[in-house]
Design a protein around this ligand. Sequence first.
Ligand code: ITT
Ligand code: NA
Length: 205
Amino acid sequence: TKVVLATRNHHKVEELREILSDVCAELGLDIVGLDEYPEAPDVIEDGVTFEQNAILKAASAARFTGLPALADDSGLAVDVLGGAPGIFSARWSGGNGDRANLELLLAQLGDVRDEHRAAAFVCAAALVMPDGRSAAELGRYPGHVARVPTGTNGFGYDPIFVPSDQPDGAERTLAEFGADEKNSVSHRALAFRALVPHLKEHLRP
Ligand code: ITT
Ligand code: NA
C-alpha cells in the first residue's frame, strides 16, 4: 500500500522511512513524499497545536491523493521562552531558512546559563485515512540549547540541541549523532512509534 507523507522536507521522509522500516515491511507499506504530487496544495498551518497542524497536513494530502496520509508537525520548545519557537519553529526568522532560525534563537537566549536553556523537540505524528478517520500522537525529546552550533548531521535546529541523558554523560548536539542513533530516540521516533498501533489497525491488508 502506498502511503503519502504530507511534506516536502526530504529529511523527514528519510528519517520516517528508517523509523517505520519494520512496520512498513510487516504491513507492506511504501512511504512517498509530496514530491510525487507537485500539484498538491500548500496547507495553511493555522492550528494552535502540533497535533492540529499535523492533522491539517495529513487531511489535505489524503483528500488530494486519495491515499492514506501521514504527517509530521514538529519544532523546538524552549522553556525560558514560554515554549517558543514551538509551532512557529519553521518560520522563526520570517522565512530565512534553518540557519537563520537557529542563529536568531541563539541570539534571543544570549548568555542565559545552561540550567536555564532547557528545551524539548516535539513532534506530532498524524494518520488520516481517505474516509476521514484520523489519529495523532505526540513525542517529546528533552534536552537543552547549546551556546554554539556543532555538528553536520541531521537538519534544522539539530546543531544547537543537546539531548539529555546521553551515554557516559556526553553533551553532543543532535547534529553529532549518527542517523541510526537519532532515529532510535528522537521526538519523531517517539511520536511515530506511538502511532504504530493505529497504522496496524487501519492499514493491515
Ligand atoms: P512540512 O510542514 O512540509 O512537514 P517543515 O519543515 O515546514 O515541513 P514543520 O512545519 O513541522 O515542518 O516545522 C518543523 C520545524 O522544526 C523546522 O524548523 C525544522 O527545522 C524543525 N525541526 C523539526 N524536527 C527537527 C529535527 O528532528 N531536528 C532539527 N530540527 C527539527
Ligand atoms: Na509547522
